[in-house]
Write a protein that binds this ligand. Structure first.
Ligand code: PMP
Ligand code: GLU
Length: 397
């Protein structure tokens, strides 16, 4: 059957594909340790589950307003005020089926052929494809490991042309775990405000920050940026709710109205029950956040130390999220079973084959001399997985 050039121009999400493959191998009886999927290994908190059960029992199981119920919009507004000191009205909020859906909606209503969207690399795998689906060009702004994978304001300035519609900012970052300090965010905000382009601030890892670092986004540090920013966030990472599929956008009312109109013609509202659960997640006890972050920080320390002890691997210490993005240049050119490891995909395939460990090739994030490991898995898995990677690396020819 003939398919559109549009759908043929993108690839399946590699993070999801590798995770599914690891699950399938496990179902066949292989003892795979998964460092693939970026999802908290913690259970959704009980108060959140109970709110969903209550919603079902009370018959809250019908269509809701397309962009979310007022109660949830109000909880989001309160969160943005409390955590980010940003004030929004209900007309400035659209709730969607996960932050991925939010980003998709935004791209569809904001970008088209002839437009450029600046995406710093390493980038989350879905940004370029979501942008490409609109016909716009994803302009990759490459950052360097030697500069902590941070955008330099002067490079951002150069990357923004008169075709640029938006810059996507993701701090803490998937896949590098890099987080900008408020002072660094301020410098980026100054460039974007001067150039008068839109910022899409993907704050999904906002809560997962280490070493006492403070979170800031471009809208919260620069008064002129509020009108030029769409904040994207969701419940998946902060409240271990990946399967519930709730994300949201907060920004200028015309953009939000357009995204809501688009949503009315595709998914309609996000699940009514998940919306009620999200109200509880945002307004209720926040203990889960601290518990997860403390545990992730311990795991980060172990995984970074263990990776750096393996010859051929160098790993920066990330400040947030639950990923490490080590450089594997020292493994490239080496041989396994007579086959040379040339790309990060070869390295990921070798690790799956020889070590029963699933990782994501760095090439998927724009940096082929890296791999990504998610440490949202138990300490026991981290220790065992790292033993296996070390043993396999020591056997390379
Ligand atoms: N942004 C980033 C940077 C991500 O890593 C993810 C992955 N889950 C998302 C957005 C989307 O999250 P969700 O759709 O689960 O809300
Ligand atoms: N964002 C997570 C990851 O990067 C989950 C999978 C996805 O949505 O891409 O692994």
């Amino acid at each position: 059957m003939k398919l559109t050039a549009r759908i043929n121009s993108i690839k399946p999400s590699p993070t999801l594909a590798i995770t599914m493959k690891a699950n399938a191998l496990r179902a066949e009886g292989r003892d795979i340790i998964g460092f693939g999927a970026g999802e908290p290994d913690f259970d959704t908190p009980d108060n959140v589950k109970q709110a969903a059960i209550r919603a079902i029992n009370e018959g809250f199981t019908k269509y809701t307003p397309v962009g979310g119920i007022d109660e949830l919009k109000d909880a989001i507004i309160a969160k943005l005020q409390r955590d980010n000191h940003l004030s929004y009205t209900r007309a400035q909020i659209c709730v969607s089926c996960g932050a991925k859906h939010t980003l998709y909606n935004l791209a569809q209503v904001l970008f088209e052929e002839g437009d450029e969207v600046v995406i710093p690399s390493p980038y989350w795998v879905s940004y370029p494809d979501i942008v490409m689906l609109t016909g716009a060009k994803a302009v990759i702004l490459k950052t360097r490991a030697s500069e902590g994978f941070k955008i330099q304001p002067s490079e951002l300035e150069t990357a923004i042309t008169d075709r640029t519609r938006a810059v996507i900012i993701n701090s803490p970052s998937n896949p590098s775990g890099v987080a900008y300090s408020p002072a660094e965010v301020e410098k980026l905000a100054a460039v974007i405000a001067r150039k008068k382009v839109l910022a899409i601030s993907d704050d999904i890892y906002e809560k997962i920050l280490y070493d006492g670092l403070d979170f800031a986004n471009v809208a919260s540090v620069h008064p002129a940026m509020k009108e030029l920013t769409v904040v994207v966030n969701g419940l998946s990472k902060s409240h271990a709710m990946t399967g519930w599929r709730i994300g949201y956008a907060a920004g200028p009312a015309d953009i939000i109205a357009a995204a809501t109109k688009l949503q009315s013609q595709n998914t309609s509202n996000p699940t009514s029950i998940a919306q009620k659960a999200s109200v509880e997640a945002l307004n209720g006890d926040q203990a889960i956040v601290g518990t997860m972050v403390r545990e992730f920080e311990k795991r980060r320390n172990v995984i970074v130390e263990r990776l750096n002890a393996i010859p051929g691997i160098t790993c920066m210490t990330p400040q947030g999220a639950f990923y490490v993005f080590p450089e594997i240049a020292g493994l490239l050119g080496r041989k396994h079973d007579g086959k040379v490891l040339t790309t990060s995909s070869d390295v990921a395939a070798w690790l799956l084959d020889a070590a029963n460990v699933a990782v994501i090739p760095g090439g998927e994030f724009g940096h082929d001399d890296h791999i990504r490991l998610s440490y949202a898995t138990s300490m026991a898995n981290i220790e065992k997985g790292l033993d296996r990677i070390r043993d396999a690396a020591l056997k390379l020819e």
